[in-house]
Design a protein around this ligand. Sequence first.
Ligand SMILES: [Zn+2]
Length: 349
Amino acid sequence: MQKNINHMVNYLKELVSIPSPSGDTEEIIRFCENLLKMHQRVEMTTTNKGALLATIRGNNDKKQRVLTAHLDTLGAMVKEIKSDGKIRLSMIGGFKWNSVEGEYCTIHTMEDENYTGTILMHQASVHVYQGVGKEKRNDQNIEIRLDEQVDSKEEVETLGINVGDFVSFDPRYQYTDSGYIKSRHLDDKASAAILLHMIEEISENELEIPYTTHFFFSNNEEIGYGANASIPHQTVEYIAVDMGAIGDGQTSTEHDVSICAKDSSGPYHLGLKNQLVRLANSNNIAYQVDIYPYYGSDASAAIRAGFDIKHGLVGPGIDASHSFERTHTDSLWNTYQLLMAYIQAPMIK
Ligand SMILES: [Zn+2]
């Protein structure tokens, strides 16, 4: 197990270190494409929307499966350059300003320059501003302090920074001796790392799989329309591999694989959910069935887009999602095992 876990964790570390807010995902998609190129069995296509589809042929090519994980993350865009040289932001994806307050960030300009800074309240200094704790964390008060000597809008523009430039948040990745992984963007790069490792295992061990299986690395999930197009028409079963949501009243943990029965979009396919539970039971995989109150996935987006598929949702449990995220290698391992059992099992009737 240790070798496999380290493989997955190394992929995860590399994935979180590549900035990829929704809308600026070319580099991370190319990274995965290059990684998978060395496996001859893997056929690859990229979509116009910029996603990567990696396919491994199975014994049955008429009925196919899709497993998807998204590589896009939360982020922001330069909204306004203020007269004092500070930068206001427009959010990409769903988060609260307080979850990025104090975070290091990078601005990516059109000419491929990167400038670092810190996301702060305008009224950050307690020695100057009374009651900063009570001020609203919103797009008016939250801004970037650039690590450049700039005091005016003009000086910022001279650097080549403009409205519309992407802003990525520092992942602050840490892997502890106790097996926890603390990092931003575990949603959903933890799942993408699992899929990369699966492809590698299938390919290197020349594993036969019963059905042609597509590994869909999507890149617009956080903004609602990830893997909801370019789904091969032979697809019967479609599993989104995405984080389990942990919190009060939730069953998901950082140690189990979460199998989602229902989220805000409605119930997932009952037969597929039941099959995943049975596979977890028969393979002694630690799992939890859960319901996510405020959640949609690429699988529900595909259903909404009109695809006639059986859809499911499983993934590692991620604590404090869209905030300071954390998971444990147990959860990665259990998710990996369940998905490996699944792609080798017959389809449900
Ligand atoms: Zn996600």
